[in-house]
Design a binder for this molecule. Sequence first.
Ligand code: UDP
Ligand code: MG
Length: 329
Amino acid sequence: MDLQDEMPRPGKMFLSIVVPCYNEEEGLREFHRQMVSAARALCGAKFELILVDDGSTDDTWKIINELLAEDRNVVAVRLARNHGHQLALTAGLSNVRGDLVLVIDADLQDPPELLTPMYEMMVREGADVVYGMRRSRAGETRFKKKSAEAFYRLLAKVTRVHIPVDTGDFRLMSRRISDQLVQMPEHDRFIRGMVAWLGYKQVAYEYDRHPRFAGATKYPLVKMIGFAADALISFSMVPLRIATYVGALLTTLLTFVGIVAVVGWLFSGTVPGWTSLTLLVIMISSVQLLVLGLMGEYIGRIYIQSKNRPLFLISHIHRRGRLPHGAEA
Ligand code: UDP
Ligand code: MG
């Protein structure tokens, strides 16, 4: 099926914009203003702005409800607690009613006005996904830029799925991609990788990432490491294979060490080397612990997944206005 034949047209199509928000009280109004003006420019009144409050502890939910009272396009969704960016995003996607879906952060790092050029690219290329590829990242620390750069390149090396480098979740996609994402039941979600895994035609739109409009990043180092681990483990078995290789290498090496020790003992009667023995024990046991920990990472994820809990719980959904033509609730 070629999307080009049935590409939603401005004026006819309905657009859903999904925005995960966690403690974004300072910037949310400005985001709403800019996003609504960008959406109006492309589709008039035919859009919904789904603001997902991911269990914020500040006034985010209050502001979302004020925006809902002022603007019929707003859909207010609140999760029962903080589930994290990727699950908040999934919760938003599970409530879309449009033909096209834009995913964007609430902090104005991804410029809302790129909606129209991204849409034009989608039509021109007949693509299902137009993803934002960061040409530059203003306002982020050198460490974040360098670590992100290294991470995306490492990920590209260890996985067979073609996950584009320097790409976040800022993207415009067709409804079928969005629906398929929601149907994927994995708990440890690396959505940008999952979209890549789906296939179809996906094209990059290069842009410059702005600094945050207000507030601080919600991804401190620990969360970033966890997110990187989720990505690597969800999309690659290479770490497990490395464990096998290290095991094989050590076995070969230690066989030689053993032979030397036995030959030494045969000829001289004693085996000197308390130090080397201690070093060997330390080396082997630390490699074993590392490999065990690595296996634990995979097994822990299997355990969590096997419990089959829902991905997220929604405590409130508020919307005004009628459903778009042909869309189900
Ligand atoms: N976010 C969320 N839940 C969280 C953490 C973040 O919904 O637990 C939202 C946040 O409000 C923002 C987006 O996810 O809209 C990206 O987060 P952030 O800007 O802090 O990440 P960064 O751009 O620094 O990587
Ligand atoms: Mg951000």
